[in-house]
Design a binder for this molecule. Sequence first.
Ligand SMILES: [Zn+2]
Length: 276
Amino acid sequence: MDLDFTEDEIRRYSRHILLREVGGTGQAKLKAARVLVVGAGGLGSPLALYLAAAGVGTIGIVDDDVVELSNLQRQIAHTMASIGTPKTASAAAAAHAINPGVTIVQHATRLTAANAMALISDYDIVCDGTDNFSTRFLVADACVLAHRTLVSGAVLRFDGQLSVFRPHLGGPCYRCLYPEPPPPGLVPSCSEAGVLGAVTGVIGTLQATEVLKEIMGIGDTLAGRLLVWDALASRFRTVKLPRDPDCALCGPQATIRDLSAHAETTEAGPGQACAI
Ligand SMILES: [Zn+2]
């Protein structure tokens, strides 16, 4: 591990380095890490900004959308000036404005069955900040097949959820919790049901915190637990998530061996919902 920091880096990260659990070693781990943020929206915005601010060395951002006025109520990486421009470029510029010392890789494309394995394999940790079930299941499947840790967050209305899935290191996968996507129309989307903007900021920031913990190997992982937040009631609770021995993705009799089942859904455009 290269512990050679410049004077500016030592000054920039001094509040990290002061922490006994982080120190120079933890900061060097952050610098060496490669994290992929899928979706540059309400969750992806705080993720990209906090990961860049924290000094995560390489941050990939996947999104094929452009910034719209209705995004600005919650997607804090974007501004009025970036309306009409790709979200990847806007988020990369915002992250770089905070910390020019990190590398931001823009993937201005939709994540599909054809490109997911190559994209995800190129990173250590993947954050799901997507707004539809088809991409959410694609990300979850690709992460298990590529043995990558997935930090998953979701929001709807006044509620948020968060967990870490890394069955290659123990614990359940996303499909242990949700074996199949819900039928179309069962779970409303944020564009149908709404979301309080700040709720996305909280869950995205919690995701960023879990990513930093996973990189540095500190604290208690959320693997095997689901954090549920009810913002109206101001109540957090944690639910245990057991591994499903019959899971089609991570179980011993797994039937999902590639992404071929996603070939149609992910080419057909966005899915219908945003909650996990
Ligand atoms: Zn599983």
